[in-house]
Design a protein around this ligand. Structure first.
Ligand code: MN
Ligand code: MN
Length: 362
């Protein structure tokens, strides 16, 4: 307004309508928490409802549920991944019913997606954290929702993939594992439950068979030949970064899909964000130069989830303290959205997405 309202009686005890005086009494449209800008309101994944009660997950017939696993006491190098779930949840400027330009679908409209909250984790107690991550993921998966687990360091894949494989029995689950590292060490300086060992624990325990394990993006200087020998004995299959450079990601992923489905009914997808080049995703614990492009990884996720029956997914090793421009958390957020969008296309096409408990293998 051109002039400020001035009331000579201001300061007197007469009742004054300050809202009217200041121009604050007009009608404004208000918005639901879901449609407000992303930085306003609750900080759940894409501001989806926070639903932690399994009975409620069942009642809503949830297709996909976000689960936080904020644990990083098993790292061998840089810490910080305990802050990953919160950062991944927040790493998007968009809110409301997102529209995937890649897949021409609105994933959060087509699917029932909620944020099922975090595993009941406390610091400095690895065994307890793994037990409670196992229980949380299992509790969610048993409702039929596909768990999307946000790490956390990569050790959380041991309890998480175990829980998913157990729920899907008597069917079997294959693993597609994106990582710069194989994570198949016997131990990290004597510790069996480190973030360099989860894949060996999964295979040794029988949760996922070695021959159903496919690794993509390995590079750099680890593991040593003795560990590769063990991997070979177990029937693991792996695709080095070198192969992606030579053949292109799409051809390599097509092979990885065929290998993961060579026997198993379902696939668990584990994405160590360090498979992406640290120039693009620096916020991680053990960065290894020379990795995949973000766009290659996002395309690979669409390719895989569109073709397999997804039983669960995790995104791990996002370490916000090293993520100076939040590009790592954004890549992780989009990795989840790309998988959700691929699931949404399936649901729209009448294909199965959520797990009907007790359903026989397809
Ligand atoms: Mn890893
Ligand atoms: Mn790694």
């Amino acid at each position: 307004m051109a002039e400020r309202p001035h009331d000579p009686e201001a300061g007197s005890s007469l009742p004054v309508d300050f809202a009217a005086r200041n121009g604050w009494d007009r009608e404004y449209e208000t918005y639901s928490d879901f449609d407000l800008p992303i930085y306003v309101g609750p900080s759940t994944f894409q501001k989806l409802p926070w639903v932690t009660d399994p009975a409620e997950l069942r009642a809503r017939r949830v297709d996909a549920a976000i689960v936080g696993a904020p644990f990083d006491d098993a790292v061998s190098h840089r810490p910080g991944a305990r802050f990953g779930p919160r950062a991944i949840r927040e790493a998007n400027y968009g809110s409301g019913s997102l529209n995937s330009l890649q897949l021409d679908v609105e994933p959060l409209v087509e699917l029932v997606v909620v944020d099922a909250g975090d595993a009941n984790v406390v610091p400095a107690w690895t065994e307890r954290a793994h037990a409670l991550i196992y229980r949380k993921v299992r509790e969610v998966a048993e409702t039929g929702a596909i768990p999307f687990v946000l790490g956390g360091d990569h050790s959380i894949t041991w309890p998480s993939a175990t829980a998913v494989a157990e729920v899907r029995r008597p069917g079997s689950v294959g693993m597609v594992h994106f990582d710069a590292h194989a994570d198949t060490a016997n131990d990290d300086w004597g510790v069996l439950a480190g973030h360099g060992t989860p894949m060996r624990r999964l295979i040794e325990s029988g949760a996922i068979a070695g021959r159903n394990f496919v690794q993509v993006g390995l590079r750099g200087y680890w593991p040593p030949p003795s560990t590769f020998a063990w991997m070979k004995e177990q029937g693991l299959r792996w695709h080095l970064m070198r192969e992606i450079e030579e053949r292109g990601a799409e051809a390599v992923i097509a092979d990885a899909i065929a290998e993961a489905l060579d026997g198993p009914d379902y696939v668990y997808l584990s994405l160590d964000i360090d498979v992406i080049d640290p120039g693009l995703a620096p916020g991680t614990g053990t960065p290894e130069p020379g990795g995949m492009l973000t766009r290659e990884v996002l395309r690979a996720i669409r390719q895989i989830v569109g073709q397999v029956e997804l039983a669960g997914m995790d995104v791990v090793e996002v370490s916000p303290p090293y993520d100076h421009a939040e590009t790592t958390a954004m890549a992780a957020n989009r990795a989840v959205l790309e998988a959700l969008s691929a699931l949404a296309v399936k649901k729209r096409d009448g294909r199965r997405v959520r797990w009907e408990v007790g359903a026989e293998r397809s």
